[in-house]
Ligand binder design. Structure first.
Ligand SMILES: [Zn+2]
Length: 415
């Protein structure tokens, strides 16, 4: 006897149901942490969880847990889940697909009728996106013990409200904040379904991605002080052009990523501020970001070292001052091999083709991976687009991913 198939109609109904809670429905989906639409979406999803017979609770930062009880609730629990908040003018799948798949999977397991051993929990992690407080993965970060109450007091939104003030105003009990972190061993396994947010699966025409590793991001803020002067009056050999130094560094970052020993290295200069930003002035100051990610920490570190050496050369050659501030330098998060094996078997048994890949984007699973074995299921993103109103994943693909998820959760719950 096997689990029934996930219902595409249930998936579609819940994703469209969530999408009604939207601050800017004319332009995709906008649902920012603890705004009215987000609070209503939380209530909606809690109702959907209760409807399939799960018991729902929340912790002091608003992480939602919906439990399907097993025969031995004392055993470490099996988790699945994702997030329901978005960036501004995003799509309706990033995060939501994983939460909805979790609820549908729990329904299938419950209706299967045979009691599993471990509790299975469907989670909504609070604010995976950094939209409101400038820091992402708030809920899962707190679970990993990396967001203390003091730090939460310092996090402010644009209006100057701190995260703790907002939590308190909504009735969350800050006295329970220190109970959020999850003990090592407390979670047996955590599997997150997510849209790919890239075009690998689509280009391979494969419906399921099994994530082997979440790339570790490193980011830097760079400032260059050159010499602002007249574009007509300053001969080329007397210039200290801050913008051109930035260009050289950006191109070198690209070259290092392309020629790195790891196929997964990516480097991006995504934000550049040029001063004074005038057509007849040689720029005197430039501020820009560098983002480097890789599934291989050693290779990434070597890449960064080489880039830093190159920056020193540029500084010397062009006679300007360059300051580099490291914002973060995270390790990649490998998936758990035991969970990967169950995912592979499940795909093989159902004759569904899969592709093993890395996740270039980070997810709550990166934080959860600090205290529990994790793995992720990817479903294809149309044209690889995400964080855009054009974001699209087919409901039938999400349903297929849900079948793999349900099967895997059930097996893990009986281990
Ligand atoms: Zn997401």
């Amino acid at each position: 006897m096997a689990l029934k198939r996930a219902l595409k109609s249930n998936i579609q109904e819940m994703i469209e149901g969530l999408d009604k809670f939207n601050s800017d429905p004319k332009d995709g989906t906008t649902r920012i942490l603890f705004t009215e639409p987000e609070l209503k979406a939380r209530n909606y999803i809690k109702e959907e969880m209760a409807k399939v017979g799960l018991s729902v609770r929340e912790d002091a930062i608003g992480n939602i847990f919906a439990t399907l009880e097993g025969s031995d609730p004392s055993l470490p629990v099996v988790w699945t889940g994702s997030h329901i908040d978005t960036v501004i003018n995003a799509g309706k799948f990033d995060g939501m697909a994983g939460v909805v798949a979790g609820i549908e999977a729990a329904r299938l397991i419950k209706e299967f009728g045979q009691k599993h051993k471990r509790n299975i929990e469907v989670l909504v992690y609070t604010s995976e996106e950094p939209t409101r407080f400038g820091l992402g993965c708030l809920g899962s970060r707190a679970m990993a013990g990396e967001l203390s109450l003091d730090k939460a007091k310092e996090l402010k939104d644009e209006e100057g409200n701190s995260l703790t003030e907002v939590l308190e105003s909504l009735g969350y009990d800050l006295a329970e904040f220190d109970q959020i972190p999850v003990k090592q061993g407390g979670v047996f396994a955590a599997v997150e379904l997510h849209i790919e947010q890239g075009a690998v699966l689509e280009s391979l025409e494969v419906p399921i991605g099994i994530v082997e590793s979440i790339a570790g991001p490193s980011s830097f803020e760079v400032s260059i002080a050159g010499k602002q002067s007249h574009a007509g009056g300053t001969p080329m050999n007397l210039r200290h052009d801050a913008f051109l130094a930035c260009c050289e560094i950006a191109l070198e970052a690209e070259r290092l990523a392309k020629e790195s020993a790891s196929k997964d290295t990516v480097a991006t200069v995504g934000r550049v501020e040029v001063l004074p930003n005038a057509s007849n002035v040689i720029s005197g100051e430039v501020y820009f970001s560098i983002d480097i990610r890789d599934s291989d920490y050693e290779v990434k570190s070597e890449c960064i070292d080489n880039l830093m050496k190159f920056i020193e050369e540029v500084e010397e050659d062009r006679g300007l001052t360059i300051k580099v501030e490291k914002i973060n330098d995270d390790q990649p998060t490998p998936s758990d091999q035991k969970i990967i094996k169950i995912l592979e078997e499940s795909c093989t048994n159902k004759e569904i083709r899969f592709h093993k890949m890395i996740s270039g984007a980070f997810h709550d699973s990166m934080m959860v991976g600090k205290f529990a074995p994790i793995a992720m299921i990817f479903v294809p993103s149309k044209d690889g687009i995400s964080h855009s109103p054009k974001e699209w994943s087919d409901y039938s693909d999400i349903a297929r991913g849900t079948d793999i998820l349900a099967d895997t959760l059930l097996k893990l719950a009986n281990e």
